[in-house]
Design a protein around this ligand. Structure first.
Ligand code: DGL
Length: 260
């Protein structure tokens, strides 16, 4: 199972599917609770636990990837306490960023992720080479949702969001799984001198380790048809359906959470 508040986790799904094209994937997104970067921590944790529980009860899961930094930076202990299967979280790729940065690092994430103690500790632990700037933005998350539904992006707003990066950083950590979906747009605005890092490939390798898959399974096999569930009904969007069908997903199914 791969989980996010919206379509952002599809950026992680892409890396997992590239490494493991033959595993069954259930992607669930909690669009009824979106945006996660603005939820109170206790509300967020409760929703994530509920979503994983619903999917596990209906389908049974071998492992869960919480493909959401806003959730992973706070919900992993509760999930691990509640469920016995492996829970894989994503956290901002500050450690690899520190190895390549020469001028500065910008952590581009949600308001929730930039405010967490977990994130501050990651910076203290792993970044010693350059200064770190934190930008928390839900507008960029909304843009990624809009892009996948075929909408036009507000270029002026995008320019405003990325403006502080230009004079500060040569490395941008995409600390929200929605942001790799906007990498072309971000790169067009920031130019080649800025390098982007995200956690997708590291998470895919972690899935291989956790599921104890042998090397012969990696990269092998026909592409499986994947299931996608939303906690609130998804309005029809041809663009999103086309995008999902290219990733081998069948039609989005509504999977309500009881009592949420
Ligand atoms: N994709 C998510 C993350 O990585 C959540 C975005 C949101 O719902 O605010 O943080």
């Amino acid at each position: 199972m791969i989980f996010d508040s919206g379509v952002g986790g599809l950026s992680v799904h892409k890396d997992i599917a590239a490494l493991l094209p033959n595993i069954d994937v259930i992607y669930m997104y909690d669009n009824a609770g979106y945006p996660y970067g603005e939820l109170e921590p206790n509300v967020l944790v409760e929703r994530v636990v509920k979503c994983v529980d619903v999917v596990n009860q209906q389908y049974g899961v071998d492992a869960v990837v919480i493909a959401c930094n806003s959730a992973s930076t706070i919900a992993l202990p509760s999930l691990r306490e509640r469920f016995s299967f492996p829970i894989i979280g994503v956290v901002p790729a500050l450690k690899p960023a520190n190895l390549i940065a020469k001028q500065g690092i910008t952590l581009l994430a949600t308001p929730g992720t930039v405010s967490r103690a977990y994130t501050r500790e990651l910076i203290e632990q792993f970044v010693d080479s350059v200064p770190v700037q934190l930008i928390g933005t839900t507008e960029l998350v909304n843009m990624a949702e809009k892009k996948l539904r075929g909408g036009q992006l507000d270029q002026q707003l995008l320019r405003q969001i990325v403006e502080p990066i230009k004079s500060h950083s040569d490395v941008v950590v995409l600390g929200c799984t929605h942001f790799p979906l906007l990498e072309d747009e971000l790169s067009a605005m920031l130019g080649e001198q800025v390098t982007f890092v995200d956690s997708g490939e590291a998470i895919a390798r972690r899935v291989v380790e956790v599921l104890k898959l042998s090397d012969s399974v990696v990269g092998e096999g026909s592409k499986k048809c994947h299931t996608i569930l939303s906690s609130a009904p998804e309005p029809n969007s041809e663009a999103l359906e086309r995008y999902l069908s290219k990733l081998n997903f069948s039609a989005i199914q509504h999977c309500p959470l009881k009592g949420a």
